[in-house]
Design a protein around this ligand. Structure first.
Ligand code: GDP
Length: 139
């Protein structure tokens, strides 16, 4: 069942490079409604748990180090077909492969430091959203 919600993070590279405003502008201009949002920083334990599915991948250490290296913006977004449409808006994992006009093409610097996260399924959107937000933080 589609929940019409997805979860995103503006990652530490994009925050450090001053792109929070521009990325939120792209997200809202594309028709997504922000139903929860916070400015925060992941602890080591948070990042290891959030990216647990990647724990056997060779880049896991780098990923955790990067994602804990600075502050992030976490948000739950609502729109019809949210997961798929948001993946299209952010573009391919590697910005070198991302289509023109996508968020990663515009703001990411490398496959690791790729500016934004977007859930890859409705199921993961729900898990990731509740990792960061309690029910009373979602509007
Ligand atoms: P996504 O769904 O497009 O975010 O991509 P994945 O689920 O495959 O990977 C999760 C995250 O791990 C990516 O967004 C990157 O930040 C990071 N990542 C993926 N591949 C690599 C890699 O080869 N090297 C590094 N350093 N990080 C990677």
């Amino acid at each position: 069942m589609s929940t019409n919600r997805t979860f995103t993070m503006i990652k530490p590279d994009a925050v450090k490079n001053g792109h929070i405003g521009a990325i939120l502008e792209k997200i809202t201009a594309a028709g997504f409604k922000i139903v929860a949002m916070k400015y925060t920083q992941l602890s080591l334990r948070d990042a290891q748990e959030f990216y647990g599915v990647h724990s056997e991948r060779p880049f896991f250490g780098e990923l955790v180090e990067f994602m804990t290296s600075g502050t992030i913006v976490a948000a739950i977004l609502e729109k019809e077909n949210a997961v798929e449409d948001f993946r299209a808006l952010i573009g391919a994992t590697n910005p070198a492969d991302a289509a023109e006009g996508t968020i990663r093409k515009m703001f990411a610097t490398s496959i690791g430091e790729n500016a934004v996260h977007g859930s890859d399924s409705d199921e993961n959107a729900a898990i990731e959203g509740s990792f960061h937000f309690s029910g009373r933080e979602i509007y």
